[in-house]
Design a protein around this ligand. Structure first.
Ligand code: UTP
Length: 276
């Protein structure tokens, strides 16, 4: 029912310069797998088979990663190294990948609107690959949990987590009426508020399920905080017209858009996945 997932990957990743001068942030590896592949695997585990990427200049490595590399495969054919490509080849063989470009960095809302032609008129997921999420063994991934909620409620859903007040300025922060454990109906949202202006300590992280009416709203959303078209402004409009839910997911998120979060994620995967 949620068949498509959009990855806005046009950002410059300036916090990782000079690493991201010629390489997309999303290709930075957590141990031996690029960030963006973890995001695609999470979406695939949620039953999603079609992927759209909103890219920009200098992001070709993402397209190449989700395509077959004949020369490489030929070189390592018949050696033990072949199986190191199993995870990516499984994705390539069973999913479709489409790409469009955001010509100007006008914000996440604008990037999502740019992906409209890849999505069409159905509810869809959005993953910000630099938020790397893990869940307990045997539990669904974060997007899988959200897809199940969408089946029940049929409206836009954002993933949230508690953050310290002094970090609220990095996020979109919600206010909401509790519906049941960990689920809120959004009544207000503020993009990157100062600590004393934050309506709660519940911050939006990079997992969304959006109903397609968000596109018309985004077309009429003026630039907001930082002069960018903000998805939070469009979601607040959607919440006022109908319903948007905020879901406190089971699991753990690493902010791999920051050096600290990236190093924590690397240590986590090395210990809990790679060395196991
Ligand atoms: P960020 O602001 O966290 O990412 O945007 P960034 O710009 O790549 O990184 P820094 O801050 O310069 O280090 C959140 C997500 O939204 C996408 C980014 O690619 C990232 O995944 N984005 C943001 C776009 O695709 N287009 C935009 O215009 C803005």
């Amino acid at each position: 029912m949620i068949n498509k997932c959009l990855f806005p990957v046009a950002g410059y990743g300036t916090r990782f310069l000079p690493a991201t001068k010629a390489m997309p942030k999303e290709i930075l590896p957590i141990v031996n797998k690029p960030l963006v592949q973890y995001g695609v695997e999470e979406a695939s585990a949620a039953g999603i088979r079609e992927f759209g990427f909103v890219t920009g200049r200098g992001k070709r490595a993402i397209e190449d990663h989700f395509d077959i590399s004949y020369e490489l495969e030929h070189q390592i054919a018949g050696t033990g190294k072949e199986e190191q490509l199993n995870s990516i080849n499984e994705l390539i063989n069973n999913h479709t990948f489409a790409f469009t470009r955001q010509n100007e960095m006008k914000g996440l809302g604008h990037a999502i609107l740019t992906g409209r032609n890849l999505i069409g008129d159905n509810a869809f997921a959005v993953v910000l690959a630099d938020d790397f999420c893990v869940t307990e063994e045997g539990d669904d991934g974060v997007l899988g949990q959200m897809v199940q909620l969408y089946r029940q409620f049929r409206c836009s859903i954002v993933a949230i987590e508690e953050v310290p007040r002094d970090e609220a300025h990095k996020y979109g922060v919600i206010a909401g009426e509790p519906m049941k454990d960990g689920l809120y109906r959004i009544t207000d949202m503020v993009e990157k508020p100062a600590a004393d202006k934050a309506p709660s300590n519940l911050a939006i992280i990079g997992r969304y399920i959006l109903t397609p009416d968000i596109f018309d709203i985004l077309e009429n959303t003026p630039p907001g905080k930082g002069g960018e078209i903000q998805i939070t402004d469009a979601l607040l409009e959607q919440a006022r017209k109908g319903c948007v839910l905020a879901y406190q997911f089971r699991g753990r998120r690493f902010d791999c858009g920051s050096i600290d979060g990236f190093v924590e994620a690397t240590n986590y995967v090395y210990q809990h996945v790679y060395r196991k």
